[in-house]
Ligand binder design. Sequence first.
Ligand code: ATP
Length: 440
Amino acid sequence: MEYPKNFMEDLVSLAKRRGFVNQSAEIYGGLQSSWDYGPLGSLLRQNLKREWMRRFVYRRSDIVPIESTLLTKREVLQASGHEAGFTDPLVECKVCHQRFRADHDIPEGRDHKHNLTEARQFNLMFKTTLGAVEDEGSLAYFRPETAQGMFVNFKFVQEAMRMKLPFGIAQIGKAFRNEITLGHFIFRTLEFEQAEIEYFVMPAEADKHFDYWVGEWQNFFADMGIKGDRVRLRPHDKDELAHYAKAATDIEYKFHFGWSELAGVANRTDYDLKQHIEHSGKDLSWFNEEAKEKVTPYVIEPTLGVDRLFMALLVQAYHVSKGNDGRKDGEVTLKLHPRLAPVTAAVFPLVKKEGLPDLAHEIVAKLRESEIGFVQYDESGSIGRRYRRQDEIGTPYCITVDFESKDDDSVTVRHRDSLKQERVKIQELVNYLQELLKTY
Ligand code: ATP
């Protein structure tokens, strides 16, 4: 599906205006390629992360979560190979001093043809120093991936939870990369969030688990709404594999700037555990009781960028009416998955009198108590206007309290996508919404 003209400008403007995303330190001119998530952005991300945790942790017996530090001991990243090798080839224009990745397309200079330096390897990790003395010994890094926290805690987690192969460790958390090529809104940022599983398996079974996880990842994306002709799987060619990987497949999304990686699954073999065994001198193997032998597991790593998935969700959900679907030409609806939508339900009194606001507030309180999600109350403007306000942020259910509500103890529930309106007893409302949210 092609993108209409100004698609991205319109989407970014909505994201800003409605409180999804704001540039970091915007009132000071902005911090480059760094974004803050506003109230609706934060709610959407929390919902997304909850769905992920539900699916990959709470509903399974073989995966457990951890939260490891963002500050990372230098030895960890020396062992993993990041200190020596986590680099991109960098070139700089001698005229304007702009920097580019030598392996990406280089845009034309505005008023000159770039005069580029030779490429040099640029390490993407952010350094910092610990303690009061800034010397070599106090050097530490902000983690460039969440994965290493899972590897160095492998034994700790396996023993504490008495896990048996195959099992996984899951983590959602921030990672930092001093990227050279920036831009495209929140697609490539300096600080971003990963949701990642390190799944430890018997080496002989690694290929089978790899295929399984490509399928699971794809299913998760599809269930969240990322499906159709803007999504594809792309297996890596042998020559583009990372030094530690035996196989990798990306999930790509077709943004307005082209096919780009949202997520991936890699077979990292036993590379990381072996490196940490060698550098720390600690035993990070697993003892197979049945076969009475020690195994250094292989690792299958499904990973995704929360920010990139967030961006794809907005792009996929953004819908402009052509005037033939019960809405007016040009009206915007965010058709987000109802469990992801930042506001789950909005409650309106038809008018600001005759006790309707009181009844509406009572319903809001009941819905909040039931924890179905974030609930908004809105009494300003015409009903049509209030619907449009909620459509634009993707609220799946709008509930109107009208003159009959007091007599028939009922309200009208209006569905975002079908525009269907149903009369529902106030007493049954929580149950009614909970059932609807379950069916997705
Ligand atoms: P790219 O090729 O786009 O730089 P990558 O292959 O280096 O990405 P991984 O190291 O596999 O990325 O990281 C796992 C996931 O983290 C990616 O699939 C992506 O969704 C996300 N990610 C990586 N770098 C960034 C970034 N700078 N900003 C936002 N998300 C990122």
